[in-house]
Design a protein. Structure first.
Length: 368
């Protein structure tokens, strides 16, 4: 087994790992990213709605609220500066008469979080903006700062800047064991070239496996049990009569089965929220069950009654890492600075993509 020494090791080349590695490399750290797969961002990062979230829903002073709002502003600027395609299309959160009272609560929370330019509009105004909306939509929140973007182009830009700053990614290099040492962290890696790496600093951005790896490094660490929610998407065949993101009222586990239109004009519904068994562990089955289609038709027709029969086709699925049980509030991001040598990022689900640059800057600042 080869023995190596490293300054800073980031575990995981999803969007959070890439953003954190880039931020640290640009501050002069010598960064190696260990990625178990053979490509970047192959799990949670690339299996979502590609939405730029405004920051409407998250509790005041939570990390989700802070990093989503800050991250969204940074993300728009980054995409513009780096020529990554995006569309600031805006979003409607629509409510039926029995739900409309909750819009004021969402609006108040969003304004506490610093979200700009929000307002509640009557249903007639929402239908003027999006004529295909149901007649019984009573009111909606209009969020003009929400959008969509080319997430893969963003990942590649982060990777390029990481490498330009001297960092590197070791693909096919899963971390199989680890331990804290007096002056850092020791990691054991598998793959074609197993090695023992002694690192001055380790940042755990392993997504689905973050809690598992934290416990490998420190068996006595006090962390919640991991839980996972599978979210499936169905594509909409034919032309979609919407130009904005359409969201129903949020549930406990997700923001609801929403409608997005991607940069090519293709419509998509999802994700739903399917809690996996408590003993579920990665790797996950990302296949979409066609039998879930009736749920999608039923949910979408509450706000889009004109959705034709036969218009939905199974598309893709993702799995969100959760640190709360089914039925509990969605929980917050967890950033655990165990020492100057070790930081764990745990439960980084939505809005992690939008928040990624803000999370990265925060973590890099912890190392100063």
């Amino acid at each position: 087994m080869e023995r190596l020494e490293a300054d800073l090791v980031v575990i995981g080349a999803g969007v959070i790992g890439l953003a954190v590695a880039r931020a640290c490399a640009r501050k002069g750290r010598d960064v190696i990213v260990l990625e178990a797969e053979d490509l970047i961002a192959s799990h949670t990062s690339s299996r979502n709605s590609e939405v730029i979230h405004a920051g409407l829903y998250y509790p005041k002073d939570s990390l989700k609220a802070r990093f989503c709002v800050e991250g969204r502003r940074k993300l728009y600027a980054y995409l513009e500066d780096h020529g990554v395609t995006y569309r600031n299309c805006g979003k409607l959160v629509v409510a039926h008469p029995d739900e409309a009272g909750r819009l004021e609560d969402i609006l108040a929370r969003a304004r506490e979080n610093g979200v700009e330019d929000l307002n509640i509009i009557p249903g007639v105004e929402a239908r003027r903006m999006e004529p295909a909306l149901a007649e019984d939509i009573d009111a909606a929140i209009h969020s003009p700062v929400s959008g969509i973007f080319d997430s893969h182009g963003y990942f590649l830009a982060l990777q390029g800047e990481l490498e330009d700053a001297g960092g590197m990614i070791a693909f096919g290099t899963p971390v199989t064991d680890g331990a804290r040492t007096a002056g850092g962290v020791e990691l054991i890696t598998g793959g074609e070239s197993p090695s023992k790496i002694t690192a001055r600093t380790v940042i755990n951005c392993a997504g689905h496996r973050a809690i598992e790896l934290a416990r490998l490094i420190d068996a006595d660490i006090d962390l919640p049990e991991p839980h996972y929610v599978k979210g499936s998407y169905f594509s909409i065949l034919g032309k979609t009569p919407f130009s904005r993101l359409i969201y129903p009222m949020p549930g406990r586990a997700s923001l609801g089965l929403h409608l997005t239109v991607d940069l090519s004009g293709r419509g998509r519904l999802g994700p739903d929220a399917q809690w996996l068994p408590d003993d579920a562990k990665p790797p996950f089955d990302y296949r979409v069950d066609p039998a879930r289609a009736p749920l999608f038709y039923e949910s979408a027709r509450r706000y889009w009654p004109g959705l034709p029969d036969g218009a939905l086709a199974p598309d893709y699925a993702g799995v969100r890492p959760k640190i709360v049980k089914q039925g509990e509030p969605s929980g917050d991001f967890m950033i655990r600075e165990e020492s100057e040598h070790l930081i764990h990022l745990i439960g980084i689900e939505s809005p992690g993509l939008t928040s990624s640059l803000a999370i990265a800057d925060h973590v890099a600042d912890l190392l100063d």
